[in-house]
Design a protein around this ligand. Structure first.
Ligand code: NI
Length: 180
């Protein structure tokens, strides 16, 4: 699928809830399959439906470390809700498949809890912290039409991906920056 790039209005819309009856439809299964393939091809750790021009409350995220080398587990989050957010926040560099040329330093809640439906339509809850919590907050923002650029504390925290090495050595940080 084509990934919507920065400037596309769909990235700025508040997405609509997925109707629960849609989960059983072949069209929905096909959408998920196509999104998983798109995420794999792009080599990212997350992909929200609005990024593939589908304004629905649904995203994919790889929040578990791979069990075997090269095999990642892609999880599907449908109609997610963030139910808890820690007061404590921490900054981290984030990429986005909708503007892979840029990296943005984004403060995120260190810990979150979320509720969502899985592919089988089961209500699930998760508590996450650190990097997995960051991925979920990034993808959740896509459902609200919010991008990392909006969350930068300063425009100085927006840099070209190609210059990251220079930026990190200047700031005395080490980075491993995946795309979301
Ligand atoms: Ni993104």
């Amino acid at each position: 699928m084509k990934i919507a790039q920065l400037g596309q209005p769909v990235l700025r819309q508040v997405a609509e809830p997925v109707p629960p009856e849609a989960l059983d439809s072949p069209a929905f299964r096909e959408l998920i399959e196509a999104m998983v393939q798109t995420l794999e091809e792009a080599g990212g750790v997350g992909l929200a439906a609005p990024q593939v021009f589908v304004s629905q409350r649904l995203f994919l995220a790889c929040i578990n470390p791979p069990r075997e080398e090269g095999v990642r587990e892609v999880e599907v989050f449908i109609n997610p809700r963030l139910t808890e957010r820690s007061v404590e926040r921490e900054p981290g560099w984030e990429g986005c498949l909708s503007f892979p040329e840029l990296q943005v330093l984004v403060p995120r809640h260190r810990r979150i809890a979320l509720e969502f439906l899985d592919l089988a339509g089961r209500q699930r809850t998760l508590q996450l912290e650190g990097f997995p919590a960051r991925i979920i907050q990034h993808e959740y923002d896509h459902l609200e039409g919010i991008l990392t650029l909006d969350r930068a504390a300063s425009t100085r925290d927006i840099v070209k991906a190609s210059e990251m090495e220079a930026v990190l050595s200047e700031r005395g940080e080490i980075g491993d920056i995946p795309s979301e």
